[in-house]
Design a protein. Structure first.
Length: 153
């Protein structure tokens, strides 16, 4: 895949976020709808996403709440849902990995250097440097340096 096309979702989202902050109402919505149509993901312009955060497979199936905040250098796999509850959304730290099909719900904070396994359902805060798996999501261990090195690549 061409390098420009590889991160088209993130480029479009960041552009729409900048336009929204400049109070330009129509273009952010148009970019959001175009991204949804072309890439099969729902990432509103209001989502705050840090630098170098990536969506695997151009975000196919990813749904993110409009008030979510995601740190830098995070990798989000396909079919991930980051949803809110009572108008509040998850806050995700830096250098996190969110496995395919994972669901993060509610007013929760995911610390830095957290690995969330595929299909995990997380409804509670996760301290930095933890590995979470299962339904419901449970912490199984600390992230070791070898695993953390793979996430930070």
């Amino acid at each position: 895949m061409h390098a420009m096309a590889k991160y088209v979702v993130m480029k479009m989202q960041k552009s729409s976020n900048r336009l929204l902050k400049k109070h330009i109402p129509i273009l952010p919505r148009a970019l959001f709808l175009l991204t949804r149509l072309l890439c099969g993901c729902s990432i509103p312009p209001s989502v705050e996403i840090g630098d170098n955060t990536k969506l695997a497979h151009n975000g196919l199936g990813v749904i993110i709440h409009d008030k979510c905040v995601i740190g830098h250098d995070t990798l989000i796999q396909g079919n991930v849902v980051i949803g809110g509850k009572d108008g509040k959304a998850p806050r995700i730290g830096n250098y996190c990995y969110i496995g395919a099909g994972a669901v993060l719900l509610g007013d929760i904070t995911i610390g830095n250097d957290v690995v969330i396994g595929a299909n995990a359902v997380v409804t509670h805060d996760v301290d930095p440097g933890k590995v979470v798996i299962g339904v419901p999501g449970r912490i199984i261990r600390d992230v070791d340096s070898q695993l953390l090195g793979k996430v930070k690549q």
